[in-house]
Ligand binder design. Structure first.
Ligand code: FES
Ligand code: FES
Length: 158
C-alpha cells in the first residue's frame, strides 16, 4: 500500500454511524483526534504501553494508538469518553475520582475513566485486586495509584 493512499472507513462512533476518508496508515487514536475532534483519548507512549489512549471497541477497552483505523468495519462500535459523559456509571466514576482526589495532572485520567467504567459495567462490586488488574494497562506518573483505586472502589459501592 502506498504511504499516501487513503481509505474510507465506516463504523459506529459514540452511537452514531460515521464515515470518513483517511490516510491508510492512520491509527484510531489519530483519527479520533484529527478527524472527529475527540481529544479525550491522549497519545502518551504511542506503543500500546501506557493506556492514555484507551477507548472502548465493541464494549472492551483497547489502546487506540496501536489500532489501525482502516481495520474498523461497519459492525464495529467505538466509544470515547465524550460519548459516555451522560452515562450514570461514568458520572459516578468521575464524581468519585474528584471526591477521592485521584486526579493530578490529568493526562492519564480519560484512559483511567474508560478502564474503570468498563470494569464497573462488568463487576459492580470489584475488590482491590480486580481494580488493580483492570487498571494494570493504565500508567499514572503522578498519583501513586492508591487514590485512583479508592475512587473506583467508592464508585462501585455507589
Ligand atoms: S498512547 Fe496508547 S498505550 Fe500509550
Ligand atoms: S494524574 Fe498525571 S499522569 Fe495520572
Amino acid at each position: 500500500m502506498a504511504a499516501d493512499s487513503t481509505v474510507s472507513v465506516k463504523f459506529n462512533l459514540n452511537g452514531t454511524k460515521v464515515e470518513k476518508t483517511i490516510p491508510a496508515q492512520r491509527t484510531l487514536l489519530e483519527m479520533l483526534r484529527r478527524d472527529f475532534s475527540l481529544i479525550a483519548a491522549k497519545e502518551g507512549c504511542g506503543k500500546g504501553e501506557c493506556g492514555a489512549c484507551t477507548v472502548l471497541l465493541n464494549g472492551r477497552p483497547i489502546n487506540s494508538c496501536i489500532k489501525l483505523a482502516a481495520s474498523l468495519t461497519q459492525e464495529d462500535s467505538v466509544e470515547t469518553l465524550e460519548g459516555l459523559l451522560e452515562d450514570p456509571v461514568m458520572k459516578k466514576v468521575q464524581e468519585s475520582f474528584v471526591s477521592e482526589g485521584a486526579v493530578q495532572c490529568g493526562f492519564c485520567i480519560p484512559g483511567m475513566l474508560i478502564s474503570s467504567y468498563s470494569l464497573l459495567k462488568n463487576n459492580k462490586k470489584p475488590n482491590v485486586e480486580n481494580i488493580r488488574q483492570s487498571l494494570s494497562g493504565n500508567i499514572c506518573r503522578c498519583t501513586g495509584y492508591t487514590k485512583i483505586v479508592d475512587a473506583v472502589k467508592k464508585a462501585g459501592k455507589a
